[in-house]
Ligand binder design. Structure first.
Ligand code: GLN
Length: 493
């Protein structure tokens, strides 16, 4: 049998369907890798027993010809998704021990289609971060290292566990969520594919809320085909999420390999940042050349509102977070402080103990920008600028079909390198937050290595609900980049 880590999700599904491998064998092979991967800290809750039961049920369905589209595929799930009776912590102490009595819609869709859950993946606390260092369960380590240097690097965040698990081939595919870049940025710095769908494409029901007008679930996978396969199962209308859109889910895989000839690709000049490493600039031009060679037309465009995207995001996201996180008070579920003298001190002590520093910073910022006297100056103004960012993209998409940018302003950085300065950390999202503010679908594709041997990604953005053109473009980039380098299994014990 081919080693499990050499299967893509698509290849594994084929092998399962044709009974070359059983779901239980595939699951056991992944569980064995997960078992040896403690050094990466990618899993917070492996669910081996649960996985083996699900795999056996998959084998039974395969035997009777009732296999679903993801039958037997062993997946890792970001710990932001509520999974019934399985610990779901959002990377926070405040939710330690929380076992939801219900299943998120996205994960329910995956199980409906036959997938197997290997376990829950580490993440930044409440998805706030770009390095996975804000997790209560400790940082995740990127399986990639700089050439000749063993210093541990971050896998990005907040879906750091998902990206590291994918890069180390601990699962056939993983789920992530993206509020400001948390799928695309970790994918970019781990040499994996990350896809953030249009806001409203996947249900948010049962996903622990961070910033409700920005949060969106999506896959992190080995390649673009796998992302298309995952998205088809994850997406869909859900009456339980009034922001999920009732529009049919296409067969995303069907568009892969279709010609991109004639597509117009916008290159926004505002994404050319001062001080950006030359390698990233070069890779970006290379990406444009690849698409030109494939028959696309490359168009220079201007998105002048881009410079306001980060400041707007860091008002809107904390504002919504401060409101969403008000529910963690130690009363109904989650952490409750042992020491308190009355109900108010119970709230205070529970929240003080349960939340980490970054979460507290966001709650403070959010409460401030929403408070009387500052609401108009910050929150309301940010909302107006957000609308302008949206309008500007809308205009741009009158003349282009896709927009090509780098995914991140740098390759993976060292653990601890940016923790002292929150603003440095926030700058990681400079190319990704725009897509969230405008609700656009976007994806990151591994496109090359930097001088230190670390992966770099390119991002494509598309019109709302045009994931098909997005995936077509991502596939074309992937074909041209031919990125096949993988990190070694140095972490395996
Ligand atoms: N890094 C960004 C933040 O900390 C984005 C996080 C995310 O997309 N969940 O807010």
């Amino acid at each position: 049998m081919t080693a499990i880590e050499n299967f893509t999700l698509a290849a594994l599904l084929d092998a399962l369907k044709t009974k070359k491998i059983s779901a239980l064998e595939a699951t056991d092979a992944y569980l064995e890798r997960v078992d040896r991967s403690g050094a990466l800290n990618a899993f917070v809750t492996p669910t081996a027993e649960h996985a083996r039961e699900m795999a056996k049920a998959s084998d039974a369905r395969i035997a009777t010809g009732n296999a679903g589209p993801l039958e037997g595929a062993p997946l890792g799930i970001k710990d932001l998704f509520c999974t019934e009776k399985v610990s779901s912590t959002a990377g926070s102490r405040i939710l330690q021990g929380f076992q939801p009595p219900y299943e998120s819609t996205v994960t329910a869709n995956l199980w409906r289609d036959g997938a197997v859950m290997l376990g829950k993946l580490n993440m930044d606390e409440f998805a706030m971060g770009s390095s996975n260092e804000t997790s209560f369960f400790g940082a995740v380590v990127n399986p990639w290292r700089r050439n000749g240097d063993d210093a541990p690097l971050t896998p990005g965040g907040s879906s750091g566990g998902s990206a590291a698990a994918m890069a180390a081939r601990l699962c056939a595919a993983t789920t992530g969520t993206d509020t400001g870049g948390s799928i695309r940025q970790p994918a970019s710095v781990t040499g994996t594919v990350g896809l953030k769908p249009t806001y409203g494409r996947c249900s948010r029901w049962g996903i622990v809320a961070f910033a409700s007008s920005l949060d969106q679930a999506g896959p992190i996978t080995q390649d673009v085909r796998d992302a298309a396969i995952m998205l088809r199962s994850m997406a869909g209308h859900d009456p339980k999420d009034s922001t999920s859109i009732d529009t049919p889910v296409p067969d995303y895989e069907a568009v892969l390999g279709q010609s991109v000839k004639g597509l117009r690709i916008g290159i926004p000049k505002e994404y050319r940042l001062d001080g950006m490493p030359e390698e990233i600039e070069k890779l970006w031009s290379k990406g444009a050349d690849w698409l030109r060679d494939a028959g696309c037309e490359i168009v220079d465009i201007s998105l002048p509102m881009t410079k306001y995207a980060l400041p707007v995001y860091y008002i809107v996201a904390p504002a919504e977070a401060s409101s969403n996180l008000a529910r963690y008070d130690g009363v109904k579920y989650g952490h409750r402080a042992d020491e308190f003298s009355d109900i108010v001190s119970m709230y205070q002590n529970s929240r003080a103990e349960g939340f980490g520093e970054e979460v507290k910073r966001r709650v403070l910022i959010g409460t401030y920008v929403l408070s009387a006297g500052y609401y108009d100056a910050y929150y309301l103004r940010a909302q107006k600028v957000r609308k302008k960012i949206f309008d500007e993209f809308n205009d741009a998409f009158n003349s282009v079909d896709l927009i090509l940018t780098p995914s991140t302003p740098s390759a993976a950085f060292g653990l601890g390198e940016k923790t002292a300065d929150p603003v440095q950390m926030y700058l990681n999202d400079v190319f990704t937050v725009t897509g969230n503010l405008a609700g656009l679908p976007g994806g990151s594709v591994p496109a090359g290595l930097d001088g230190q041997g670390l992966p770099l990604g390119l991002q494509l953005l598309a019109r709302p609900f045009d994931e098909e053109t997005l995936l077509k473009g991502m596939f074309a980039l992937e074909q041209s980049a031919g990125f096949t380098t993988r990190p070694t299994d140095w972490w395996a014990v």
